[in-house]
Every structure is written in structure tokens, then in C-alpha cells.
Design a protein around this ligand. Structure first.
Ligand SMILES: [Fe+2]
Length: 232
């Protein structure tokens, strides 16, 4: 057996959590774990007898509280990982662009993708990329808080688009029941940035997004700066 990938969904915030493992060594990582679904994730990790090495965030989320710190209390060898752009003292590892982490025979490479927030990081594992809220299915993240910048988001998505067309894309959210996409599909069909749209048009589209602030934002952002520890 080789790479295990389990997309896990949290329905209140429509967040995807991803559990990945090398099924030979049982070394595992989890990306964007959510407090509401922590027990489900713990049960699965224990059932599969995985050795959770890294608890990874694509960014400091505004719409839900992470379970990273509480999870670490269960899996004490695990390390909390974020981009170095975030000043998060509860993180064990702060990654820079191009840094890598390994689990079993697999390597995760960090790709700095600011724009949705200034501290956003995407992660490449083989032919897969976990894009957080940078590139969504047919859409992209908003840029109106946490140091967001539509200009930077454009450049970050162009960087993601340099990956091979067949690369599979796993976003942090989908609100329409979709699960994954590919670089090729998004280059063609993404409503914000598809069909080689130029930067100016993209920026005006992002600036026209009319979205309410996330309901939990004023609780979630400070809680996530503490890796979700306040919930304990
Ligand atoms: Fe976000």
C-alpha cells in the first residue's frame, strides 16, 4: 500500500481537513483540522494506527477554530506547522517557501501563496496540491482582511498554475459539494482567474466579491493565533 489520502469535511464552515499517511511506515500528517470534528479525526487516526507527525495549517483561518493544539495533546509527538509569515508562538515549525517535511517516503513541499491572507501557504505532495483558500474550485479566496491582497493572490495562483496540468487540487473549502479539481480544469474554468485573465480584471473581480464577514471571525482569528488552545 502506498499513500493514503482521506478528505474529511466539517459542514458548519464547509472546511476540508486532509489526512495523509504513508501506509508502509504509518507516518501521517493532517492539514487544516477543525475543532468541531476533532473526535472524528482522533478516532480515524487511532483506528488506522497512524503516527501523526505534523499538524499543518494552510493559514490562520477566520471562519473556524483549528484543533491543532488540542490534537497535539493526544498525539504528543506531532508538531504544529504554519508559514513563517505568521507570528504564531504556539507553532513548532514555521516554514519558508520551498521548505520540505517528510512523512514516510513522501515529501511535502511548502509553496508560499500570499493573497487571501498574507501568511497563506500551499503544500505540494507528489501530484497533489493543498491550496487552502488561495485557489478554490472555480473560485478563489477573498482578500478583504488579514493582510489580504488581490494582486498578491493573482501572483500566487499564477505560481500554482506553473505545476503540471494534471496536478490534483484540494482546497480548504467548497460550498457546493464539490471535492477536488485539477490545475487544467481551473486554468480553463475558474470564474475568477481562468482563461489567462489579466491581473487588472482579476483584481476588480476580487474587489467586487460581496461577502459578509465570517460569523466566527472575531473569535476564530485570536483563537487560531493560539492554535486553538483557548478551547481547552
Ligand atoms: Fe481562510
Amino acid at each position: 500500500m502506498s499513500l493514503l489520502l482521506r478528505p474529511l469535511f466539517e459542514k458548519t464552515s464547509s472546511t476540508y481537513t486532509y489526512l495523509l499517511a504513508d501506509m508502509q511506515t504509518l507516518d501521517a500528517i493532517i492539514i487544516d483540522a477543525v475543532d468541531e470534528t476533532m473526535q472524528r479525526d482522533i478516532t480515524l487516526i487511532r483506528e488506522l494506527d497512524l503516527n501523526l507527525k505534523y499538524i499543518i495549517e494552510t493559514h490562520v483561518h477566520a471562519d473556524h477554530i483549528t484543533s491543532s493544539y488540542p490534537l497535539k495533546q493526544y498525539f504528543t509527538q506531532a508538531k504544529i506547522v504554519l508559514s513563517s509569515v505568521n507570528e504564531i508562538i504556539c507553532a513548532d515549525i514555521l516554514l519558508n517557501d520551498g521548505d520540505t517535511l517528510s512523512f514516510g517516503v513522501y515529501t511535502l513541499s511548502a509553496m508560499k501563496t500570499p493573497g487571501h491572507t498574507n501568511g497563506c501557504m500551499s503544500y505540494v505532495v507528489g501530484n497533489k496540491i493543498f491550496t487552502g483558500d488561495t485557489l478554490l474550485i472555480r473560485s478563489c479566496g477573498r482578500c478583504d482582511f488579514q493582510g489580504g491582497s488581490a494582486e498578491k493572490l493573482y501572483d500566487s495562483i499564477q505560481k500554482i498554475f506553473t505545476l503540471p496540468d494534471e496536478t490534483l487540487v484540494y482546497p480548504a473549502h467548497d460550498y457546493k459539494g464539490r471535492t477536488m479539481t485539477s490545475i487544467w480544469e481551473e486554468k480553463q474554468f475558474n470564474k475568477m482567474i481562468g482563461l489567462n485573465v489579466d491581473k487588472q480584471i482579476f483584481v476588480s473581480r476580487v474587489n467586487k466579491m460581496e461577502l459578509d464577514l465570517p460569523k466566527k471571525m472575531h473569535v476564530a482569528v485570536p483563537a487560531n493565533q493560539d492554535c486553538g488552545a483557548r478551547k481547552l
